[in-house]
Design a protein around this ligand. Structure first.
Ligand code: SF4
Length: 312
């Protein structure tokens, strides 16, 4: 198999930036939005502890004090991206915590506010696979008639023993059920997985990638596991009860994953970044550009690309 021409890029994988240019004919960016959601894995509905790598602030976007309106967040983000990167169109990305964790009527008000802003061509919503009742999926399907719509499901690992250890509060079958209920409705599905989870080998991560590759999934975010201050994982790291993945192993695992993913799957992320004030480990992961360059170099060294081993 040769590198697919439809990527129309100089990468060895189908990056999200190229997908957006190919789809919309101009530079487009995702604007992160914090709509004030919480999470059932934090508020006591499932647990109060949350996933062991998540801090109670949920993301860097969550600030103390009143939240700016969605309209204000979009206006601010648009100005920044237009100035810095020449973006012309934008996807409203509901990023912080569990962004479907409210009744459909409330969700519709929040999403509508975002979609009504000028130059917004789509919506992406990050959520848990156990927080998408059918009426919420119907809502996304209704938006998909006019917009580019993404639901981003946090899976992290296909292995239930890992999901238990990291306190996800759901198992793999819940994720598969959510994907099956979402598929075939003109909604793009993006899946988040983590490489470097405690107790997992490279082969465990590849199992997760193979499962994702076998499902009707349109995009993937591959995250490096970060130990952050104020998390259970951070405490385990400081107590030397877990080891973080080494850089060479991470790069090799990510390249293996890319090789087995289908060529059409859009790669939205290949590492993790941010959280500078809470960052504990791994030290090498602080330099995002170096990680991305190392992945490029390793794919080049292998003379390999995304999809080379898909279907093997
Ligand atoms: S599901 Fe997301 S927001 Fe909720 S505890 Fe886990 S990482 Fe945090």
């Amino acid at each position: 198999m040769t590198k697919p021409e439809f990527w129309n890029n100089n990468k060895r994988y189908y990056d999200f930036k190229s997908f957006l240019i190919n789809t919309f004919g101009c530079k487009a960016y995702k604007l992160q939005i914090d709509a004030g959601f919480t999470c059932p894995n934090r508020d006591g509905t499932i647990s109060t502890g949350g996933c062991i790598y998540c801090n109670s602030q949920f993301s860097n976007l969550r600030q103390t004090g009143p939240l700016p309106t969605i309209k204000d967040q979009i206006c601010r983000g648009k100005k920044l991206y237009a100035r810095m990167r020449g973006a012309k169109k934008f996807i409203a990305y509901f990023q912080t915590a569990t962004n479907t964790y409210a009744p459909r009527e409330k969700l519709k008000i929040l999403y509508d506010e975002a979609l009504l802003q000028e130059d917004i061509i789509g919506i992406a919503v990050g959520t848990r696979p156990d927080c998408v009742p059918d009426d919420v999926i119907d809502l996304f399907e209704s938006y998909a008639r006019d917009y580019n719509v993404w639901i981003e499901y946090g899976l992290q690992s296909i292995h239930d023993r890992t999901l238990d250890f990291i306190n996800r509060g759901h198992h793999a079958e819940t994720f598969i059920d959510a994907v099956e209920r979402t598929a075939g409705r003109n909604i793009n599905i993006c899946v988040h997985m983590i490489v470097g989870l405690p107790g997992e080998t490279r082969y465990d991560a590849l199992d997760t990638a193979r499962s994702i590759a076998s499902l009707p999934v349109n995009g993937i975010k591959i995250h490096l596991l970060l130990a952050l201050e104020g998390t259970v994982l951070g405490d385990l790291y400081k107590a030397e009860k877990i080891k973080m993945i080494q850089k060479d192993e991470y790069i090799a695992t990510v390249c293996d994953i890319l090789e087995i993913l289908p060529p059409h799957m859009v790669i939205q992320r290949l590492t993790a970044d941010g959280y500078r004030d809470k960052y504990l480990a791994p030290d090498w992961g602080r330099n995002k550009m170096d990680v991305l360059n190392s992945i490029d170099k390793e794919l080049e060294r292998r003379n390999s690309w995304q999809g080379l081993r898909f279907n093997e």
